[in-house]
Ligand binder design. Structure first.
Ligand SMILES: [Zn+2]
Length: 231
């Protein structure tokens, strides 16, 4: 604390640190460290989940730090020695439920479930809507896109980074399921980087190709040019 009892901030601590030879880190760094070094996920329940694509086991995972939940749909036995087919899918309510043609999420989800149903593997469904900005912000961003901005510009205008998704909890869930080596179904190289560093090895990146339609052609072009997706 400062002499007047208020909380000393980063900029005010330098002199104190130097005087006493102390090291410092930020709260953000502490969170980042705990995410990497502690197990913050727990399996709450596992149930049979027959679907239109085939029969899966559905695992409900709770996150200790924020009371949120994610789902993992698995098919077949998971062997740590064997490279497991994995799709990490971030929730997109409009795409997944209504098959909105503003994006390709619904088609990607269906393609992934179909493939995992036939080969075995894991579909991890992370409830981080709209690149992590949430459903209301995503709809507002759509409005900005109707006014001519692309996905990245629209998110930036609303004060969000282009991609706030956090794959750390996803990586911990995959570890808990016994997955160590992964054949990852994705077009997004950033997702590969996000999953590595948690004791997971990605041995193969398998693209999912979905044909563009007139409604999402611009969105897919933005993904390819501005976010480095391999489409
Ligand atoms: Zn979507």
């Amino acid at each position: 604390m400062n002499d007047d009892g208020t909380m000393a901030r980063v900029g005010q601590l330098g002199a104190y640190q130097q005087r006493h030879g102390l090291k410092a880190c930020t709260i953000a760094q502490l969170i980042e460290y705990r995410r990497r070094s502690e197990k913050l996920v727990h399996r709450e329940q596992s149930v049979a989940m027959p679907t239109a694509f085939g029969d899966f086991t559905c695992h409900l995972y709770g996150i200790d730090t924020d009371a949120s939940h994610h789902l993992a749909l698995t098919r077949g036995e998971i062997d740590p020695e064997y490279a497991t087919l994995v799709r990490v899918h971030s929730e997109c309510l409009t795409g997944d439920v209504f098959h909105s043609k503003r994006c390709d999420c619904g088609d990607q989800l269906a393609a992934a479930l179909e493939r995992i149903a036939s080969e075995g593997g894991v579909l991890l469904y992370l409830r981080q809507e709209g690149r992590g900005i949430g459903l209301p912000a995503k709809i507002h961003a759509y409005k900005l896109q109707e006014q001519g901005l692309d996905t990245v510009e629209a998110n930036e205008k609303l004060g969000f980074g282009s991609d706030l998704r956090d794959y750390g909890m996803g990586a911990q869930i995959l570890c808990d399921l016994g997955v160590r080596r992964i054949r990852l179904l994705t077009n997004n190289p950033r997702k590969v980087i996000g999953l590595e560093g948690y004791g997971l090895e990605i041995v193969e990146q398998i693209p999912i190709s979905i044909p563009a339609n007139p409604h999402n052609a611009k969105y897919l072009e933005t993904k390819r040019l501005r976010m480095g997706h391999l489409l």
